[in-house]
Design a protein around this ligand. Sequence first.
Ligand SMILES: [Zn+2]
Length: 108
Amino acid sequence: MLLDISNIKISRNNFFVNFILKHIVKKHALVIWSNIYCLREFLCPALIAHELVHIEQFKRYGFLGFIIRYLYQHYRYGYLNNMYEVQARAEADKFIEYAREICEKNKK
Ligand SMILES: [Zn+2]
């Protein structure tokens, strides 16, 4: 599945988003549909490539379809063994060039 990276938005300086990432989800980045929310200090191609796999998963299963599947996996198997996280780790490399492009566009 090819991603149209022109529709992907990266948010990394939003106080509210940073608070959620640091204190609630406790991750460096989070994907909601085509938006990647990322802590500024962790913006890098490897992380963005991983998040692009999650965007692909959102497109495959639909907005609610993916959230429900993801949360079920998280509840049942935990973060590391969640099949969508396993897949994102395994397939991130296929998006590394897109991820470099996105990081280049988003760095200041
Ligand atoms: Zn992930």
